[in-house]
Design a protein around this ligand. Structure first.
Ligand SMILES: *Cc1c(COP(=O)(O)O)cnc(C)c1O
Length: 384
């Protein structure tokens, strides 16, 4: 991914910075088109993973919609040129103001997560003279076999409506004159590489599809969340996620009724591998049991290791010396500000450049100015 000319261009830049390889993004989107959109599936990009304008533009041009989780994201989606009927609005805690932004824009769908939220949405829609299209998010109680902090579809998670509240939902529906229930929505977690949770999810979706029909609700769409994972350990070999397997799993296991649309929400799998965090080694320190390579990027640029114990591949760009073992750490005053523990990489010295790979999703968007650090710059491959 990083050839000599590119590395030369990196050398003159102030680090750390985010480097986006738009060619990787293009190839990823081609696969999504080929295996998803071509089958008639509707794909919404989860904007919370990355909201850089250039990236949104490419995603829009590829024909994807968006999945927003705040009023700010809805505004940004509209600014980026997405059509309101491509915008889904998810989130367990939408404020009145945010719901009004969505109502005023006539978005495709509010993915509602509680009966109280539906009650409030109905009132707000009535006030604005609107009719909101709603998908109810159901908690399918499925283990996604991923990290605990990114599992969302188990009973103990805060997300979605539990089956025991369904009868109440059906009985209240006729009262909510400003809501139109058009879909069901599921999201079981993120970074899912094993297809079995998706097979289980299809079985649940089929079951709920029947239950809604039996209760007189005609569903126009089924929205299946549960983000396909990426290979953090082998980003060069596996730069494009296996969308063929992902979409065919749903094709094989979903039982749809006449005319029903299928929607997916994908974030990480679309943008994860196109982003890299380029950083410089500041100092080397010999520890008691390890060596520390102290770099100029930290949890302020990439919090995933500190937040989810994520391990990103650290690629040394400017040294081909024999391997040595390091803890690769950032400069922030937190012990969790560590990218890798005990990783074997070519020996590095002050000034060497490293790339922390697979940073396109939940990297830059989660960055902060903690310690009053300046925000890292954004560099696109097409600008170099
Ligand atoms: C975060 C999120 C997504 C995207 O998840 P990825 O794992 O990044 O694909 C999709 N839908 C909902 C409701 C989400 O909260």
């Amino acid at each position: 991914m990083f050839d000599g000319t590119l590395i030369e261009k990196f050398k003159s830049r102030i680090t750390p910075f985010f480097y986006y390889d738009l060619e990787v993004l293009d190839r990823t989107l081609e696969e999504v088109k080929k295996h998803g959109i071509a089958k008639g599936y509707h794909i919404h990009f989860a904007m919370k993973a990355n909201n850089n304008h250039r990236i949104l533009e490419k995603i829009k041009d590829a024909g994807l919609g968006v999945d927003c989780v705040s009023g700010g994201e809805i505004r940004k989606a509209l600014e980026a040129g997405f059509s309101p009927n491509q915008i889904a609005f998810a989130g367990v805690g939408k404020t009145d103001q945010e719901m009004e932004i969505g109502l005023n824009a006539d978005i495709f769908s509010f993915n509602c997560e509680s009966l109280q939220e539906m009650e409030v949405l109905n009132q707000l829609a009535k006030k604005l003279g609107k009719k909101a299209t709603v998908a109810v998010r159901l908690n399918p109680n499925i283990a996604a076999k991923t990290h605990k902090y990114i599992t969302t579809g188990k009973n103990e998670n805060k997300f979605g409506i539990n089956p025991q509240n369904l009868q109440e939902l059906f009985s209240k529906l006729p009262e909510w004159k400003n809501l139109e229930l058009t879909g069901i929505h599921f999201h079981i977690g993120s970074q899912i590489l094993d297809m079995q949770p998706y097979v289980d999810l299809c079985a649940k979706a089929n079951e709920y599809n029947r239950i809604f029909e039996e209760n007189g609700v005609e569903l126009k769409h089924v929205n299946l969340g549960g983000g396909l994972g990426i290979h953090y350990d082998t980003p060069d070999k596996d730069d494009i996620p296996n969308f063929e397997l992902f979409f065919s799993t749903f094709e094989d296991h979903l039982e749809l009724k006449e005319g029903q649309q299928v929607h997916f929400e994908l974030g990480r799998s679309i943008v994860g591998q196109c982003g890299n965090l380029i950083s410089r080694v500041l100092f080397i320190k010999e520890g008691v049991n390890t060596n520390f390579a102290i770099i100029d990027a930290g949890m302020t640029e990439l919090i995933r290791p500190a937040l989810y114990q994520a391990a990103h591949n650290v690629e040394v760009l400017t040294s081909e010396k024999p391997q040595k073992k390091y803890d690769v750490v950032g400069p922030i005053c937190e012990s969790s500000d560590t990218f890798r523990y005990g990783v074997e990489i070519p020996e590095v010295n002050r000034g060497d450049l490293v790339a922390i790979q697979s940073c396109g999703a939940y990297g830059q968007v989660m960055s902060s100015d903690f310690n009053l650090r300046e925000r890292a710059a954004t560099v696109y491959s097409t600008e170099l």
